[in-house]
Design a protein. Structure first.
Length: 759
């Protein structure tokens, strides 16, 4: 191909490489000249790390991409080839990356456009290049999920998701380059979005990795684009006071420089003005004008010494300065004894200089200064660097040790970032990022969102695929929780979730569910007891629970709700205990056994009655303790029978009592025939249920029939109307069932009455 030549396997560049391509992709003259310059600089800096055929293949690829019209200008109108060359040169110069990173940067535009696959790159250029591109593509996929970038979780997700740390370094360098190029763009909306990402995402990442120079540039440029008034105001103020600052710095460092030379130290000094962004942050934090920020600059003393003398000479410098100027102990920062987690080492002191002005002084060595400026890239340039502590510090130190023990950047081929192996980050549908421990499930996320969401969770849609709530989550998943109104928490859910927060919420939900179930079961039992005309007693119910083997009422109600205990079993046991209770009448009181004298008159009378086969009930019945059963309320004239309790007393039931079949089946030996004697002279309370049309005056017609009979007394009336019908109950005092039957017939003749029955 014209314009391509190779000399000793290195880059050889000719001016017609980017010429005459206007048919497909137009390079301006300025872009062509810039590309040639960048290409030459890049070749010179990485030539030692290139493989034999790298130059010819990458040049052929770039020319092919242009010929096939594979490259397009981005939203800012920037030339992608020029931009990739700029970014590649930046990572080489500022960070120290070599061949694999450069190849990945130059090939990435074609991979993003879909004209080249990661697998093809791995085959042609090696797996390290392929892995870097794979990491870049994975992060692009994260952006498709519309993440909320202003969060620590997203930064941590990027660090764990990139697989290879060079991916993060390339991303930071590319954003620095992009921010430099978009100064004059017309696309204000895209410029604002890119600047916000630089401030919220890339600058903190650069800070975390110790790339302070890049971090400051990203912050300053983002402020310049997002708040231009504040940026230019501070810049003008700095320019206006530059001459005064420079004069003061010279006045301050003169005596120090003399003392350090007398001590035999090799060093150089420089004054560093704070970044515009940091000054703006101080103005906002302290709520003051530019003139109110007193520490606009810092003096940096950089010592040139052997590694083993670093700490000694730094502390010696510290002693000399504090002897000359009064220091502020509250603003003393010792990152020499214990470095920051990102490897930063330095001594910071603030002293009271001439004119009573506070001045910050930073003391460090040449090695420390390069680490501070270039971050992790400087770690592998020096031997014997020790990092203490855990987390990020161990991670960075691990990179340095691998790079020192292997051949340069090739050590990265075996290194996978495991800093966040114990944590995962997942997206909500809105782009929010949630952090969970490794092994967390869909159910953990559901309860993290809200207790009600967790308790109703039936599964989730992960990356548009429906899964169960047992599914384990993985970093980068986009998760939409699915719920159902019929779902409720279960005990086994405690074994599914990983987080203590979810476990606590499940336990609380189980308790609440159990309470609701108990209330529902309790109401259900009350209705069934009432329907069967069984008088329910709370203390007797508790005895029933204990007889059935339950220590806690909650367990009793739970088993009924889950159908582990049959309701009929509860009725049987309750009736058994009820019939076994002693009937207390009159003024019976407990007496000591010693005071008791056997009186066989009551037993003789009962035996006399039973021997005649029929118990005759009337006023003449004496010596027998009996009661009328409340479950069926028998009255004179009803067909009745007696039921002998274990205490010797008798309860009188109607033959059609709802409980009669059960008593006959289980306790037939305790049934006694009974009948009424004479005529009814007592009044009995009976209840009638009436159903009819809700017509005007119908209630008056019913009550007038009762009031006309002098021997009837209306004790209670309860009427409920709904959907054109009324349902009511009447409680009446009456002598016998003959009069009752006559009354029922009269009530049935009232117009609109559909049903009258005795309860």
């Amino acid at each position: 191909m014209n314009g391509i030549s190779q000399k000793n396997g290195n880059f050889a560049i000719e001016k017609d490489v980017f010429v005459d391509m206007t048919e497909h992709f137009e390079f301006t003259i300025e872009e062509r000249d810039l590309a040639l310059t960048l290409y030459a600089e890049l070749k010179e800096k990485i030539v030692q790390s290139l493989e034999d055929d790298d130059e010819s293949r990458i040049r052929t690829h770039l020319l092919h991409a242009i010929e096939q019209n594979q490259v397009k200008r981005d939203v800012f109108g920037l030339n992608p080839i020029v931009r990739s060359l700029q970014t590649a040169l930046l990572v080489v110069e500022e960070i120290g990356l070599k061949r694999d990173a450069v190849m990945a940067i130059l090939l990435n535009p074609s991979v993003e456009a879909g004209f080249l696959t990661v697998d093809e790159v791995s085959v042609s250029y090696g797996s390290p290049v392929g892995r870097i591109l794979h990491g870049l593509q994975r992060i692009q996929d994260l952006y498709q999920k519309n993440p909320v970038i202003e969060s620590e979780n997203f930064r941590n997700l990027l660090l764990s998701f990139a697989e290879d740390m060079r991916v993060i370094l390339i991303m930071i360098a590319d954003r620095v380059n992009l921010m430099r190029q978009i100064r004059d763009t017309d696309n204000e909306e895209a410029k604002r979005r890119v600047s916000e990402e630089a401030a919220y995402l890339y600058a903190p990442l650069a800070h975390k990795l110790g790339l302070y120079k890049m971090k400051s540039e990203l912050e300053d440029l983002s402020l310049k684009y997002l708040e231009p008034d504040a940026y230019y105001h501070i810049k003008e103020k700095l320019n206006a006071t530059k001459q005064v600052r420079d004069a003061y710095i010279s006045q301050f460092i003169g005596p120090i420089e003399k003392k350090l030379k007398e001590a035999g130290l090799k060093f150089h000094m420089k004054g560093r003005t704070k970044s515009i962004h940091s000054i703006w942050q101080k103005m906002k934090k302290q709520k003051c004008e530019f003139e109110g920020v007193y520490d606009l600059f810092a003096i940096r003393i950089i010592i040139d010494c052997e590694p083993e003398k670093e700490k000694q000479q730094c502390w010696q410098t510290f002693a000399i300065i504090t002897d000359m100027y009064t220091s502020n102990p509250k603003r003393m920062r010792d990152w020499l004894s214990v470095p920051k987690s990102n490897g930063y080492e330095s001594l910071h002191i603030t002293v009271l200089g001439p004119e009573k002005k506070w001045v910050e002084v930073q003391i460090r060595t040449e090695r420390m200064d390069e680490v501070a400026e270039r971050g992790i890239a400087a770690h592998w340039r020096y031997k014997g660097v020790k990092a203490e502590g855990g987390g990020m510090d161990e991670w960075l130190n691990g990179i340095r040790q691998m790079l020192e023990s292997a051949s340069g950047m090739e050590a990265m081929d075996q290194f996978r970032m495991d800093l966040y192996d114990d944590e995962i980050y997942v997206f909500t549908p809105k782009g929010d990022l949630l952090k969970f421990p490794k092994g967390a499930t869909v159910l953990d996320m559901a309860y993290h969102i809200h207790s009600k969401v967790g308790s109703a969770c039936t599964g989730a849609r992960i990356n548009n695929k429906v899964v169960t709530f047992r599914q384990e989550l993985h970093s980068g998943d986009q998760v939409e929780i699915l719920t159902s109104s019929t779902q409720y928490p279960k005990q086994e859910w405690l074994n599914i979730v990983k987080t203590s927060r979810a476990k606590a919420k499940i336990r609380l939900a189980l308790k609440e569910t159990q309470q609701k179930e108990a209330l529902m079961v309790k109401e259900m039992l009350e209705r069934k007891f009432k329907n069967r005309k069984i008088e329910q007693d709370e203390s007797l119910m508790m005895r029933t629970m204990k007889k059935l083997g339950y220590k806690e009422a909650s367990d009793f109600y739970r088993d009924i709700a889950h159908e582990a205990l049959d309701v009929q079993t509860v009725f049987d046991k309750y009736l058994e205990l009820q019939q076994g209770e002693k009937v207390i009448t009159g003024d019976n009181q407990a007496r000591s056994a010693e005071e008791f004298e056997f009186d066989n008159s009551q037993l003789s009378t009962l035996n006399s009655q039973l021997s005649s086969d029929v118990l005759v009930i009337g006023q003449d019945l004496k010596g027998v303790d009996y009661q009328l059963a409340k479950c069926c309320n028998p009255i004179y004239g009803d067909q009745v029978f007696g039921f002998v309790t274990i205490s010797g007393g008798i309860k009188i039931h109607r033959c059609d009592c709802p409980n009669a079949p059960e008593m006959r089946r289980r306790f037939g030996y305790r049934i006694v025939k009974a009948k009424w004697s004479g005529k009814g002279s007592s009044q009995y309370a009976i209840t009638l249920r009436i159903i009819g049309n809700d017509d005007l005056g119908i209630v008056n017609n019913l009550t007038s029939i009762i009031s006309k009979d002098e021997k009837l007394i209306l004790r209670n009336i309860n009427i409920d109307s709904n959907d054109g019908l009324f349902r009511g109950t009447l409680t009446i005092m009456i002598n016998d069932n003959t009069r009752l039957e006559a009354l029922i017939k009269k009530l049935r003749t009232v117009k609109g009455v559909k049903q009258v029955e005795r309860i």
